[in-house]
Structures are given as structure tokens and as C-alpha cells.
Design a protein around this ligand. Sequence first.
Ligand SMILES: NC(=O)c1ccc[n+]([C@@H]2O[C@H](COP(=O)([O-])OP(=O)(O)OC[C@H]3O[C@@H](n4cnc5c(N)ncnc54)[C@H](O)[C@@H]3O)[C@@H](O)[C@H]2O)c1
Length: 357
Amino acid sequence: MKIFDYMEKYAYEHLIFFHDATTGLKGITCIHSTKLGPSLGGTRLWNYKNEDEAIEDVLRLAKGMTLKSAAAGLDLGGGKTVLIGDPSEVKSEAYFRAFGRFVETLNGRYITAEDVNTSTADMAHVAKETSHVKGLRDKSGDPSPMTAYGVYQAIRASAFKAFGNNSLKDKRISVQGLGQVGTFLTEFLHKEGAKLIVSDINQSRVDNIVSKYGATAVAIDTIYDQDVDIFAPCGLGAVINDDTINRLKCKVVAGAANNVLKEDVHGEMLKQKGIVYAPDYVANAGGVINITFENENSYDKEAALKATDEIYDRILRIFEVADKENITTHKAAEKMALDRIEKISKIHSIYIKPDFE
Ligand SMILES: NC(=O)c1ccc[n+]([C@@H]2O[C@H](COP(=O)([O-])OP(=O)(O)OC[C@H]3O[C@@H](n4cnc5c(N)ncnc54)[C@H](O)[C@@H]3O)[C@@H](O)[C@H]2O)c1
């Protein structure tokens, strides 16, 4: 990849490499955009095959955060960090404190949080060295319950579009992936009387949901073939692809998984099949919305829930724009997010004297 060409093409601001020889810390932070506010994005720890793979991942994820925050109406830009290493070997207090010291050098242009293979406990170490970290245990904590709540609102809005009402009672809903988000989501769906069909590579997670909610368990690869009203992918990305799309019998795809469409063309294919698709980063924004209700010393859960409720109306607006302009819901969401960035960054063009001058 020609990095500068790529950064220019997609308007990236900053790509930073950092390391600490004592702890083995090796990472890359990408700040895609700070047009709407400080960039926010979690820290992913992954045993990347090589540095190029890590660079590609951090660039892609940071840009995704810009769109997610913009679409959610937040005053935040998009950023991300990837740490390169084997989670079972590298993690320690010193490792995360060394990372925290690096985050502090960015002086608030980047705010971090937990992500794949990092936890609220790890972020507590980061917080000893910087205040630019969110989702701490004694504040908003694990974002997954709020993410699941937002996905539940996206499913209700999508049901309204597909079936003419938002009731999920007796709707057959398949949930792929019963991790943090999938497990909370099944609770919301069960409470509303949905009939659950579930799969996970982890059998104990499946057994748990079957025994708690009377869900039907299906084999991993058969989840796409189920005769369901709604499919909620909550495991991996890229599951809507050439192999799966013609097997789907549902009328709605709405879930938590990031980058659920393998490519843009798969959004077009869903549209042609008459399947309502709730864009992933709009549906799964509850976690990032939640973080913004965390202040220096407090967290307002009621306000966070209310703001996450708005995902329902936001998804309906995206459907309206998509219909009006005859574009996919995926494109409509992107267009609305980019329009907001464009408009708000223009009002920021007037100089205002900062306090410290
Ligand atoms: N946690 C959040 O707040 C949050 C926020 C936004 C987006 N997301 C996205 O939502 C998805 C789920 O997040 P999570 O935090 O629940 O992750 P998780 O790792 O806790 O859960 C993922 C689950 O998917 C299962 N899985 C993996 N491959 C599978 C397969 N082929 N078939 C069925 N199940 C499979 C795993 O065993 C695991 O139980 C991810 O794509 C994540 O990026 C999560």
C-alpha cells in the first residue's frame, strides 16, 4: 500500500507509530478525522501477521469510527489504535501504562477505550497515565449492554419498515454470535416475545441461551438458511457476501457486527432482494454514544439510554433517504454522515480566541 496516497485519497490526518522496548509495546494510532471533535476509537490488541496488516486494519477502523460518530450525531472524530502482539503474552500493568503515556502525548486529539482483546481492567492501567481514556469500570464501563440496546432499537425500526409495525412478538429472529453484545441482545428480544434461533462456535454460550430463553440452536454454517423474519449478525464481519446472500430467507438484516457487508455491492444485492438492511455502524453505535455520557467523575446512564433510543428514528430516516434517492441504506447512512461533517466543519471556520491566550 502507498500510505501517503491512501491517506490523501481518504483524507486521513495522522498515522503514528510508537513503541516501548521495556514492555514490548508496539502500536499504531490512526487519527482519521478531528473535524467534529477529538478522535475516539478503541484499542485493539491483535497478533497481526505483519506490520502491513496492522496498518491496513488501523486505517480502516479509524475511518469507520469517523462515520459512526458523525452518523450518531456526536461531537467526536474517528481514531483507532492497534497494538501488535499476542494477548496471552504481552499484557501487563506496565505495558498498558506505557501505552497510556503515549496517549497522553497526543494531548486529547485521540481518546481511547477498550476493544478486541483489551478490557476495562486494562484501561484502568491506561488511565493512570492519561485522562484521555473512556469506558472505565467505575464509570460507563463495558459498552456492550448499550450496544445491544441500540441494536435492539435498530431491529424494531427495521421491523417497522419491513412488516408495517415494530412489534417483535412471535417474530423469528436468528442471532449469529452470542458474545458480549449477542447475549444482551437475546435478552431484549426474548422479553418482547421473539422466537430465537441462535449459533456460536462456543457451545457453552449457545447452551446458556437455549436454557434461559428456549432458543433453538443451529449449526454454525446453517444460520444463513433459517426460515426467519430477521437475521442479526453479532459475531464476525463480512458475513453478507456472495456465498451467503442467496441463502437468506429473512426480510431484515440488523445486527451488531462491524463491516457486515463484505463489499458495497452486497448492500446493493440486499436491496434487490427486498431485504431491509440497518447499516451496521448506525445500529451498533450505542457503545460509543454511552461513552459520551461519562464525565470526569460521573456517568449518566438514563441520558445515555435516551440518546441510544434515538437509533430507532435515525434508522427510519436513513430508510427514507435511501428510498427517496433510490440508493442503498448503506450509502444513505454514509451520505448523511459525510454531509454532517461537511456542514459542521464549515461553521468551525470562524476563529474563536481560546481561553489560554
Ligand atoms: N462490544 C461492543 O460494544 C460492540 C460495539 C460495536 C460493534 N461491536 C461488534 O459486534 C460484534 C460482536 O461484539 P462482541 O463484543 O459481542 O464480541 P465477542 O467477541 O464478545 O462475541 C463474538 C461472538 O461471536 C462468536 N463467533 C465467532 N465466529 C462465529 C461464527 N462463525 N459463527 C457464530 N458465532 C461466531 C464468538 O464465539 C463470540 O461468542 C463484533 O463484530 C464487534 O466488532 C461490538
